[in-house]
Design a binder for this molecule. Structure first.
Ligand SMILES: C[S@@+](CC[C@H](N)C(=O)[O-])C[C@H]1O[C@@H](n2cnc3c(N)ncnc32)[C@H](O)[C@@H]1O
Length: 339
């Protein structure tokens, strides 16, 4: 079975590592900065660190849309398509085209040929208004081309502005190398996406979720009253706190910090305020983190984290750093350990 996964640009190496760990991977077929295609021995439904996982019907290289159509038309895709569509269902379908991720106009004659070939497999008819099945033919900048199946409408959950989506939380949390005895802290939790995803991810000892805004903390308390959090609510501690003064926690108490501090974009913070906020927070983080502790920060590209370290005596060091794209914004992920 072949699949195509999508993820935020910049996480390719981590995604490869996680897929190798979690699937009966036979091989990676191709990948670039934000998609990865793989062949798996067993059917896959979902991988929590991928934005989407689609059945892959056909793929190859094409220099333009015309050759992309030709490539698919020459691929024997019957088996892959039958497998990814529900059995015995006559499904209406639509084929949409994308060049470098943007919708593209069809080439009528080739499109009709492709629809006919798909009709022979699925039985259903083309229906662009209310299709049961959406197929997408993508042509990427690197001339990689692929046909994938999107069943029904994508279930993109509405997230409040600024909330990190669950798959991005997973990627950041995976970088922290989570352990079952973790005492976890996100001192800039916002909507608590990271602490709650950490709780869903697997065993831990305690999770502290803090924010300077009382209403954020109250919102988390209300959420923890929901039935789904019944078993875990006693191990999750929402706190109103200032991340630059964390004296409520004793030295070396925290094993993991994963956080998305303010990037200064929306808060109207000037560079002086950013430098102060980060230096004071990092000093506290250095004090709190246990010897084998680890911190992962997602930071806007305008925040000069390495300079903050080099201009101070904060006993922490960056062991990994890579550029990523989050909702179209340039950012950096830093993995940090005590020095
Ligand atoms: C970028 S947002 C975090 C978004 C979060 N990851 C999410 O998915 O919703 C940063 C948060 O830090 C909080 N904050 C700003 N300054 C703070 C401080 N000194 N101490 C603690 N929290 C602070 C803000 O109230 C905001 O909720």
């Amino acid at each position: 079975m072949e699949y195509l996964g999508t993820f935020p640009a910049g996480f390719t190496e981590l995604v490869k590592r996680l897929i190798e760990r979690d699937t009966s991977l036979q091989e990676f077929l191709f990948y670039d900065e934000s998609v990865i295609a793989l062949r798996s021995e067993w059917p896959l439904t979902r991988l929590p660190y991928l934005k989407h996982l689609y059945p892959l019907i056909a793929w190859g290289r094409a220099k333009d849309l015309q050759s992309a159509y030709q490539l698919v038309l020459h691929t024997p895709f019957q088996k892959a398509l039958t497998f990814s569509a529900e059995p015995n269902a006559r499904r209406s379908f639509v084929v949409r085209l994308f060049i470098e991720g943007k919708p593209a106009p069809i080439i009528r004659e080739l499109h009709e040929k492709l629809e006919k070939a798909i009709m022979e497999v699925l039985g259903g008819r083309p229906n662009s208004e209310r299709p049961d099945l959406e197929l997408q033919l993508h042509l990427r900048k690197n001339q990689q081309c692929y046909l994938i199946v999107q069943k029904g409408k994508p279930s993109e959950e509405e997230l409040p502005a600024g909330t990190l989506p669950p798959y991005l939380c997973r990627l950041l949390l995976e970088l922290s190398n989570p352990q079952r005895d973790d005492i976890f802290l996100d001192p800039f939790m916002g909507s608590a996406a990271l602490p709650l995803e950490r709780a869903r991810m697997g065993p831990y000892q305690m999770i502290f979720a803090g924010d300077i805004k009382t209403e954020k903390v109250e919102a988390l308390k209300a959420r923890l009253k929901q039935k789904q959090w019944e078993k875990r609510r006693k191990t999750i501690f929402p706190k109103v706190l200032n991340a630059t003064q964390l004296d409520r926690f004793k030295d070396d108490f925290i094993t993991r910090i994963v956080s998305d501090p303010p990037w200064g974009l929306y808060e109207g913070l000037d560079m002086q305020a950013i430098l102060e906020l980060y230096s004071n927070f990092l000093r506290e983080a250095a004090r709190l983190l246990s010897k084998n502790g680890r911190m992962v920060l997602l930071v806007g590209s305008g925040v000069p984290l390495p300079e903050i370290f080099s201009n101070s005596d904060i006993p922490l060091k960056i062991i990994e750093q890579f550029p990523v794209l989050v909702s179209g914004q340039k950012a950096l992920v830093y993995v940090i350990i005590p020095e």
